[in-house]
Design a protein around this ligand. Structure first.
Ligand code: AHG
Ligand code: MN
Ligand code: MN
Length: 332
């Protein structure tokens, strides 16, 4: 079978998905092309003097890596001229990025984490880029408040994962499809349609070093997993923790599992570790489109009303049965 390129896939989908207009197709192709460029920069790594700290902190108060800044700039440069966006928001930029006056505006808003898992970049472990597309208001002036839309308002969401192969995972609200980069052509080709997360799992992902800081329901839930077949769950569990959300989520989208970054005593004041607009919401939509669930423990992530651009949130997402069990334990 001749390979289906991303360009062909998007135009075939356009015939069945009204949401997919020409501007959104151009937007998505530009995101994918920027990810090809980010992947190539990552691949050069030390040879291009791109590893290490950029020497300044971002709005999150985290030391930026050179590649955080480069990835952010590549995404801005890819979209500023296209005429399909009204504004952008990024983990690496304090405020909303509105287009320069001379640039044409469009109907969409783009929120992104240009380089997710950047603490792993200097040790050559998989990292990614996460993006979320929202509709812009039908008026010229756009403000940060226009970005504060519930996750259910997303029109497209996905991520690139820069691993042994570079893959691009996308949902338009009709399931989750996977593309793999042909590095010799610099093009993505469809390699998997309709990812499904099994309702049950024996694999969980959490940063266990935070255990003593978790709230009681998470303490109890994880203790049951660790008790294995001798405990109430009656089966043994396996654990993975990459430290790049994209890598941990890609694994559960591909072979099942549960990912947790709960609120803990250390992050409570900030609202959690992961950011709602460009980490939790896009990942939550992908997971629910693949038959899983995404919750804070108390409510579904996609139902939250964002209050701030860099708002943080507790994240528990993946296998339906496990998320339901966690929600029950948070209600008790
Ligand atoms: P980012 O590099 O964009 O700041 O994201 C890192 C996040 C997420 O990718 C990962 O799941 C989490 O940080 C890991 O946190 P710990 O280092 O506390 O485990
Ligand atoms: Mn991130
Ligand atoms: Mn990041």
């Amino acid at each position: 079978m001749s390979q289906i390129s991303l360009a062909r896939y998007l135009r075939e989908q356009q015939r069945v998905l009204p949401v997919l207009d020409d501007a959104l197709i151009r937007l998505l192709e530009q995101v994918a092309q920027a990810c090809v460029g980010i992947g190539q920069a990552l691949g050069q790594g030390a040879l291009a003097g791109l590893l290490g700290a950029a020497g300044q902190d971002n709005v999150q108060g985290e030391a930026q890596k050179k590649l955080d800044v480069l990835a952010n700039d590549l995404l801005i440069d890819a979209h500023v001229w296209g005429g399909h966006l009204a504004a952008m928001a990024s983990e690496e930029m304090d405020d909303l990025y509105t287009l320069p006056d001379e640039m044409p505006r469009g109907d969409y808003l783009l929120a992104f984490d240009p380089l997710d898992g950047s603490s792993n970049i200097d040790v050559n472990v998989s990292v990614g880029t996460i993006f979320s597309v929202l509709r812009a208001p039908q008026r010229q002036a756009v403000s940060a408040a226009d970005m504060l839309q519930t996750g259910r308002a997303q029109v497209a969401a996905g991520y690139a994962i820069y691993g042994p192969s570079t893959q691009w995972v996308l949902t338009l609200g009709a399931g989750v499809d996977v593309f793999t980069l042909d590095r010799s052509l610099g093009q993505f080709f469809l390699t998997e349609r309709g990812l499904r997360i099994p309702e049950q799992t024996q694999e969980f992902a959490i940063n266990m070093s935070n255990q003593r800081f978790w709230e009681a329901p998470v303490q109890r839930y994880v203790a049951e997993l660790l008790a294995g077949r001798e405990g109430v769950r009656g089966k043994d569990f396996n654990m993975r923790w990459v430290g790049s959300m994209v890598a941990d989520v890609h694994r559960l989208l591909t072979r099942g599992g549960l990912f947790m970054y709960p609120i803990d005593a250390k992050t409570r004041a900030k609202g959690g570790r992961l950011r709602l607009l460009y980490e939790a919401n896009p990942m939550a939509w992908l997971v629910e489109q693949a038959g899983g669930l995404a919750s804070t423990g108390y409510e579904r992530i996609l139902d939250l009303s964002p209050q701030a651009l860099h708002q943080r949130v507790a994240v528990m997402l993946g296998a339906r049965e496990e998320v339901l069990r966690l929600e029950d334990m948070h209600r008790d």
